[in-house]
Ligand binder design. Structure first.
Ligand code: ATP
Length: 308
């Protein structure tokens, strides 16, 4: 059991002149987890992550990464973390594989560079200078550079921005594999599916603060929109159905024979409802499930749509 958090941010404030980019942000990232920081443009995600990486000095609050101060203890911290910046950080004339090999040599136990490049679909462009790589190839190279040193913790700033679906899938697989190896991952994203697919925890950031935090399922749970509806004979014994369901569920007969169950709608709830129906000789027809997505939760909390 790990007891210390991989990242602990408390009351972080960061201003650029008169603009407050981060405004009292709290965030805790458990070791070995994948945490997605979601937020609209300008919410303060990059500033927060860059402060954790030691690239920015907080105006107030504290930041601890692997128990260390990212500025005062940078020399100790840097070899233990992997960083994928939003924009490159690579010399434009350097060839892709040269850059990756160079980065690998800076680490004591790097991953196999060729296998990593292959995995991320960089095999074919190894001799291409960085500036001639496509945007997607540049992102994948930046990801490879972030993970090649087998870091304990990686920060990925919009790792799949501009990637085609295949490259995005390859990136997701790599991120999942990192978690399987016990690596902690903090990623910023505009993609809801990315957060839903990958993240154990999601922190929704708006105007420099975390406005909601939890697992994707927790964030969507218990909303009125999470319903399972079905049609059956009118007048079913709803008291009996309710007793079969978890405590936080509600059930009603909206119109004669038209039933709605609300609560944490998932596979277990569906199974419970259908098995109750089977026990009572009821064939539920037109079963429909409507779940609130993280996108809906986000919109509700921030009033904003995420960038595509
Ligand atoms: P995006 O999703 O668009 O990348 P973000 O959530 O990462 O946005 P930040 O990049 O952290 O947000 O920016 C937060 C706010 O701070 C924005 O209003 C931005 O314009 C401003 N900002 C960021 N960096 C600087 C800087 N170096 N100088 C001045 N203002 C800045």
């Amino acid at each position: 059991m790990h007891t210390t958090a991989a990242v602990e941010v408390a009351g972080l404030v960061k201003r650029y002149g008169r603009k407050t980019a981060v405004d009292g942000l709290d965030l805790t990232v458990a070791q070995g987890s994948i945490t997605a920081v979601l937020g609209p443009n300008g919410a303060g995600k990059t500033t927060t992550v860059e402060t954790c990486e030691g690239y920015r000095r907080p105006d107030a609050g504290t930041v601890r990464v692997l128990g260390l101060d990212p500025l005062a203890q940078a020399a100790e911290l840097r070899p233990r973390i992997g960083v994928m910046l939003q924009n490159g950080g690579v010399y434009p004339g350097v060839r892709a594989m040269e850059m990756l090999r160079h980065t690998a040599r800076l680490h004591r136990h790097p991953l196999d560079v060729d296998k990593l490049a292959e995995r991320l679909g960089l095999g074919g462009c190894g001799r291409t200078p960085y500036r001639r790589l496509s945007g997607g190839q540049q992102r994948r190279l930046a990801l490879a550079m972030a993970v090649v040193g087998r870091p304990e913790l990686v920060f990925l700033d919009e790792p799949t921005a501009g990637l085609d679906p295949q490259a995005r899938r390859a990136t997701w697989e790599l991120v999942s594999a990192l978690r399987a190896d016990g690596v902690t991952v903090v990623l910023t994203t505009h993609h809801m599916e990315e957060a839903e697919e990958l993240a154990d925890r999601v922190a929704i950031v708006d105007a420099g603060r975390v406005v909601a935090e939890g697992s994707p399922r927790e964030l969507c749970r218990g909303r009125a929109e999470n319903t399972l509806s079905f049609v059956g004979p009118p007048g079913l014994d709803l008291e009996s159905l309710l007793q079969a369901l978890p405590a936080d569920c509600a059930v009603g007969e909206a119109a004669a024979g038209s039933y709605r169950v609300t609560g944490d709608v998932g596979p277990e709830l569906l199974a419970t409802v259908t098995s109750w129906c089977a026990q009572h000789g009821v064939l539920p027809e037109r079963i429909a499930i409507e779940r609130q997505t993280l996108e809906d939760v986000f919109l509700e909390l921030t009033g904003k749509e995420l960038r595509g």
